[in-house]
Design a protein around this ligand. Structure first.
Ligand code: DAH
Length: 335
């Protein structure tokens, strides 16, 4: 009898827990607690229990009854609350709008840059962000301990493992993997120990370009960068080249574009100079070409590198570089 009671109690608990509607609860009530229910049967069977066990059996029956009644009430309340008018679906409420994702301004600029070069017959290459000293400096013709390396503000991971400070490292990897002609652009993240402020970031993006073939001259470099400037800023801008130094190019230049806002007269965007400096460029140093096994009598090339942040900030009027990395939807939703 006690066994039966326990089995019935288990069954009743499970039925109540599984009840999904008020009707389910009512069915369980009738089956277990009803006037012709199982508990009632067990109660009536008590007279057959040996006298000395009767008090224990009676007590247990009352306990189970109390428990099941409480559980029944609770389940009823829960289901009633769940289906009440307060919780019903209000079909007149406006729906939740799906947020449309957009491209990050930096990625828009990246894609625009790449598209211009795809149009000029370039391929896209990528390379590792963690580099060894050889690709980071040596193969780019930095002499050991040369002060030009200081300018790179490099993060060292180990003595000969660094975070690349420029995408120029990928020039070497591309040339090692193929023979000329080479025409690639390399978008990618770079890292420098710069103090973060409105125009500096420890992590930033560059687009590198490399072209190596027979008969490539500085004139090709100028024409290519002019096409690039026109593609980015429109057909009216001019480009300017001034001497500069990079270990991996000779001659080297910094290049600028006439301010697209004022046409070169001087305004707030170009800090009254009429020019916007965009990056570095030059003819690939023959030392770099011969180090990857290219025949320097036969091949010449040019290379260039531009920062992407600068373009994004100019184009979208973003005055603080840190906003680009903030992930702040109020900023990002504007583009
Ligand atoms: N890597 C240089 C920098 O980060 C930019 C640069 C200059 C890239 C000249 C080039 C180049 O490919 O030829 O400042």
């Amino acid at each position: 009898m006690i066994e039966k009671l326990k089995a019935m109690a288990d069954e009743a608990r499970a039925a109540l827990a599984a009840a999904q509607t008020e009707d389910d609860v009512e069915a369980a009530r009738v089956k277990f607690l009803g006037r012709k229910g199982q508990l009632r049967d067990l109660q009536q069977g008590i007279k057959d229990v040996p006298a000395e066990q009767r008090p224990e059996a009676g007590q247990l029956i009352n306990q189970v009854k109390g428990e099941l009644e409480a559980m029944l009430q609770q389940r009823q309340d829960e289901l009633a609350a769940g289906s009440g008018p307060a919780d019903a679906i209000d079909v007149t409420l406006p729906g939740r709008a799906t947020r449309m994702a957009g491209r990050h301004p930096l990625m828009q600029v990246r894609q625009d840059m790449i598209n211009i070069f795809l149009g000029l017959g370039y391929a896209v290459a990528e390379g590792p962000e963690v580099e060894n000293y050889h690709y980071a400096f040596e193969a780019l013709n930095y002499p050991d301990d040369h002060p030009a390396m200081d300018e790179q503000m490099t993060f060292y991971i180990e003595d000969d493992v660094v975070l690349r400070s420029q995408t120029s490292t990928v020039q070497i990897r591309v040339m090692e993997s193929q023979e000329p002609p080479v025409r690639v652009v390399v978008p990618g993240r770079c890292f420098r120990r710069d103090t973060v402020d409105a125009t500096h970031s420890h992590t930033f993006h560059q687009l590198e370009g490399l072209c190596v073939d027979e008969g490539i001259t500085f004139a090709d470099l100028k024409g290519t960068l002019l096409s690039f400037a026109h593609g980015m800023f429109g057909p009216d801008v001019r480009v300017r080249f001034r001497p500069d130094f990079f270990p991996f190019t000779e001659p080297s230049a910094e290049f600028a574009v006439s301010c697209y806002m004022c046409g070169g007269d001087g305004c707030r965007v170009c800090s009254q100079t009429g020019w916007l400096e965009l990056g570095g460029a030059g003819m690939v140093d023959p030392n770099v070409l011969s180090a990857v096994g290219y025949d320097t009598e036969r091949y010449t090339g040019f290379a260039f590198g531009v920062g992407m942040e600068r373009f994004a900030m100019l184009r979208y009027g973003i005055e603080d570089m840190r906003l680009l990395y903030s992930g702040d939807m109020r900023m990002l939703a504007q583009f």
